[in-house]
Design a protein around this ligand. Structure first.
Ligand code: GDP
Ligand code: MG
Length: 597
């Protein structure tokens, strides 16, 4: 049966097209935001998200709106916009019946929204095109409508025209949400079943999960079971964010809201899992649950070894909130004691790195990312390696398998040649090519994840002037001719700078790394030799010449305060340096690997 007074939807938009501003306007029009709240974009809860314009955690707010004498509950579900969070996006879309596709009237359709539009179409959502910023003189409403029809393939004749800034058109948009987005279906009388869209740690309530109820009811005191783990819990509280957390007597079929049970850790309340009644053992899980595995790994080390325990405490806290980060202790000859972290992707890695630095005020060095390899050793055993430094020497293994991904790239036809070449250079195998419109092409490639991790996304964007979009899913493991390339500084191997490369590219990568490293390592009082080697065979070499004079020589001996300043400056420069033997290596050097073509 239908739940006629509920509507659940998300907003899809390219960055800066006005998603957050529009969300605020909708909340204002439905009485959720007061004048006082207006300064902050409500859905963007974390500073980093706001500054980077991305939303990491899916959130949902409930608005209430009276239309034609009937009061509707409108659930606005926020979705993360980046491929790293693809699975989280698909779970949040599964909680909606509709999506607002927001396009900036002065910019037109851009790449970043497309992957999400296709996901929304896959999820059978009703998509309402919304053309925003019509208050601006340069708004080109007709041109943008045409683009939406051509590039996205949607009928834009009844697109809504709004200004999220002034509020113009917002009442019509609310009407369209009610009239055009289907009401959810769900039987309130059947046993409860709910989908977990997101879970996080709250210092007052413990683990909070955002859920969409598909059948039955959830009430405080109910006994529930998480289907992925089979564990049983007691429901402590249910309700909705409106926009502050607000308790409710129950959440019933079709509703979206939060669930607090006596779950101790976020990992026990997994995104995509089904909540069922404890006394309903025959329940079938809702479709599509998968355990998200970290795909990218990197070492994180305190710049100052004395900060090790602070880093550990910070990681413990941070992972309370983000169950998709894994971590374990790691030791590096070059960098000392630290941790090996696992991330969903590169952006996820950058976010975590930034949060460690900002929220926990830590000075850290992150090594270049790696993927997880399966290694078949000569002695017949098999091992899994996520750290290039730990890869056995060439000659000690029979074979290596690397993880592949299935990449879908959407792009305007004019960049096709350049992007195909990029994919081929990255050892991609073309699986499919198809025209979506006369001007837009979809390419499907099988590619080694390791090749995508190293700057692929940036290159894709720059070769297509930002118009190509990428999303990917995990593929199989495949054999490849891979070798470990080591970097030596004055004859000493810097374990944190080892990389794994296809045999055919090893020579070039080794040479490029030596050249990049030469720029990164500051001159010292002595000559520094930089070498790349496979096993004991040196394949490339550069040299950092010795400094001619020391810094203080410039001061002509006299000016004390100037001397002090120079010394202080030198000291500051040492933050983020690590000594290898007697050579100081800055953080940038540990990332030079990323910049190899
Ligand atoms: P998001 O990245 O999609 O969340 O975009 P924001 O909501 O943060 O908006 C990006 C910028 O566009 C901000 O500076 C907004 O003030 C501005 N903006 C959003 N909507 C409008 C609008 O309708 N008219 C004008 N003139 N500016 C807008
Ligand atoms: Mg925003």
């Amino acid at each position: 049966p239908e739940r006629p007074t509920i509507r659940s939807f998300c907003i899809i938009a390219h960055i800066d097209h006005g998603k957050s501003t529009l969300a605020d306007r909708l909340m204002e029009a439905t009485g959720l935001l007061t004048e006082r709240d207006k300064t902050a974009q409500y859905l963007d809860r974390m500073d980093i998200e706001r500054e980077r314009g991305i939303t990491i955690k899916a959130q949902a707010v409930r608005m209430s709106y009276k239309y034609d004498g009937v009061t509707y509950a409108l659930n606005l579900i926020d979705t993360p916009g980046h491929v790293d969070f693809g699975y989280e996006v698909s779970r949040s879309l599964a909680a909606c019946e509709g999506a607002l596709l927001v396009v900036d009237a002065t910019q037109g359709v851009e790449a970043q929204t497309l992957a999400n539009v296709y996901m929304a179409l896959d999820a059978n959502l009703e998509i309402i095109p919304v053309i925003n910023k019509i208050d601006l003189p340069s708004a080109d409403v007709e041109g943008v409508k045409k683009q939406i029809e051509e590039a996205v393939g949607l009928d834009a004749s009844d697109a809504l025209l709004v200004s999220a800034k002034t509020g113009l058109g917002v009442p019509d948009l609310l009407e369209a949400i009610i009239l055009r987005i289907p009401a959810p279906h769900g039987d309130v009388e059947r046993p409860v079943k709910a989908l977990i869209i997101d879970s996080w740690w709250d210092s007052y309530k413990g683990v909070i999960s955002m859920v969409r109820v598909f059948s039955g009811r959830l009430r405080a005191g109910d006994k529930i079971r998480m289907m992925a783990t089979g564990k049983h819990y007691d429901v402590i509280d249910v309700g909705a964010y409106a926009p502050e957390i607000t308790s409710m007597p129950e959440l019933s079929a079709g509703e979206v809201g939060y669930l607090v049970a006596n779950v101790k850790e976020v990992v026990d309340s997994k995104v995509g899992d089904t909540v069922a009644a404890a006394d309903d053992p025959g329940a079938e899980p809702l479709p599509g649950f998968k355990v998200v595995q970290p795909m990218v790994f990197a070492g994180v080390f305190p710049t100052d070894n004395a900060d090790y325990s602070e880093l550990r405490d910070a990681l413990a806290k941070l992972t309370l909130n983000d169950a998709s980060v894994t971590w374990e202790p790691e030791t590096s000859v070059a960098l000392g004691f630290g941790f090996r972290l696992g991330f969903l992707g590169l952006l996820h890695m950058e976010i975590i790195q930034e949060r460690l630095e900002r929220e926990y005020d830590l000075d850290i060095i992150t090594t270049a990312p790696s993927v997880k390899y399966r290694v078949y050793l000569k002695d017949g055993t098999e091992t899994v390696i996520d750290n290039p430094a730990k890869m056995p020497d060439i000659g000690d293994y029979e074979a290596i398998e690397e993880p592949m991904i299935i990449a879908r790239i959407q792009l305007p036809e004019e960049y096709l040649g350049a992007i195909i070449k990029l994919c081929q250079d990255r050892r991609g195998i073309q699986l499919d090519i198809k025209y979506q419109t006369s001007k837009r092409v979809q390419l499907t490639y099988e590619m080694p994840l390791a090749e995508v991790v190293f700057g692929f996304y940036d290159q894709l964007k720059s070769l297509s002037r930002g118009y190509a979009s990428l999303d990917y899913e995990q593929g199989e493991y495949r054999r490849a001719e891979l070798v470990r390339v080591d970097l030596l500084v004055n004859g000493e191997r810097v374990d944190a700078l080892s990389l794994i490369s296809h045999r055919d590219n090893a020579y070039n990568r080794g040479r490029d790394l030596c050249i990049k490293m030469k720029d990164e390592i500051p001159q010292q009082q002595f000559e520094v030799a930089i070498q790349a080697a496979i096993g004991s065979r040196v394949i490339a070499r550069t040299t950092v010449k010795a400094l001619r004079k020391n810094v203080l020589a410039k001061c002509y001996g006299g000016d004390i305060s100037r001397k002090r300043k120079l010394l202080e400056k030198q000291k500051r420069g040492k933050r983020r340096l690590k000594a290898v033997g007697n050579v100081e290596i800055p953080q940038g050097a540990f990332h030079a690997i990323l910049k190899l073509d």
